[in-house]
Design a protein. Structure first.
Length: 263
């Protein structure tokens, strides 16, 4: 091709056709420039496709992280729903009134308690209730692996769907605010304080109450115990509702990501 082009140029010059030569030269320059621009455009398209594929891959990794979070939140919900309901049971059996709070969903059977909660006095239910007294805020661990990698790779701003990006941001802000270390510590300190109160005033632990001859009488005869049970019940109910909110946020993000990736 180069040899052919050189022959044309030589022929034009030899014939004294300067205008034709210049026209041909300009055409050659334009051809080369167009070729370079096309090559650059193709390279840009390839790089863009690689980045989009990487974003999609990382979003799928985020789905896996969020599904792990969802299972954790479901576990948190089951634990705290039981704590809230069982402490409500104890308080009512002690003849105390309770502030109405949002009803919580209960599975027919969980790893804590199988079947419906009892209405009558049930010592096994009371014992189980106190066994889970301090477990409401354990294992609340968020899987941040995927979102951390997305940010480290500089891909967060590459998520084209602004609504999806906003939902992801709000989810992790929600977690930081509702379940940050300081927030959780503030609530777990209430459980610790209850233990200290029982130890200092009665020489027992929370688990020991269920083994007392009449645990309900023991509870109802001390305003300090009633007050602290109400506090823990309120915290468990709150934690359950936050877990429900987190589950809903997770499912919404997963649905949006799956739509985004298919698109």
């Amino acid at each position: 091709m180069l040899k052919f082009s050189r022959r044309i140029r030589q022929k034009l010059l030899a014939g004294g056709n300067l205008k034709g030569y210049l026209t041909y030269a300009i055409g050659e320059i334009l051809r080369v420039m167009i070729g370079i621009l096309l090559a650059l455009q193709l390279n840009n398209l390839n790089e863009h496709k690689k980045k989009r594929d990487l974003v999609k891959s990382q979003l799928l990794n985020l789905v896996a992280s969020l599904k792990s979070d969802s299972a954790m939140w479901a576990n948190t919900l089951h634990i705290n729903e039981f704590r809230s309901s069982s402490f409500e049971y104890l308080i009512k059996k002690a003849g105390q009134t309770l502030e109405e709070r949002q009803a919580l969903p209960k599975a027919d059977s969980t790893f804590i308690w199988q079947g419906p909660y009892p209405d009558s006095l049930d010592i096994n239910f009371i014992r189980t209730s106190f066994r889970w007294f301090t477990h409401g805020f354990n294992n609340t661990t968020i899987d941040r692996t995927a979102i951390t990698e997305i940010k480290n790779l500089g891909l967060y701003s590459e998520i084209r769907n602004n609504k999806l990006r906003n939902r992801i941001h709000k989810y992790y802000m929600f977690i930081a605010f509702r379940f940050g270390d300081e927030n959780v510590q503030r609530r777990t300190s209430r459980d610790d304080e209850f233990h200290d109160y029982l130890r200092d005033n009665f020489g027992v632990r929370a688990n020991d109450i269920s083994h007392i001859g009449d645990p309900i009488a023991f509870i109802k005869n001390d305003d300090g115990i009633i007050f602290r049970l109400k506090e823990v019940r309120a915290a468990a109910n709150y934690h359950s509702r936050q877990a429900i909110d987190a589950i809903n946020k997770v499912h919404e993000i997963i649905e949006m990501i799956e739509t985004e990736v298919v698109y």
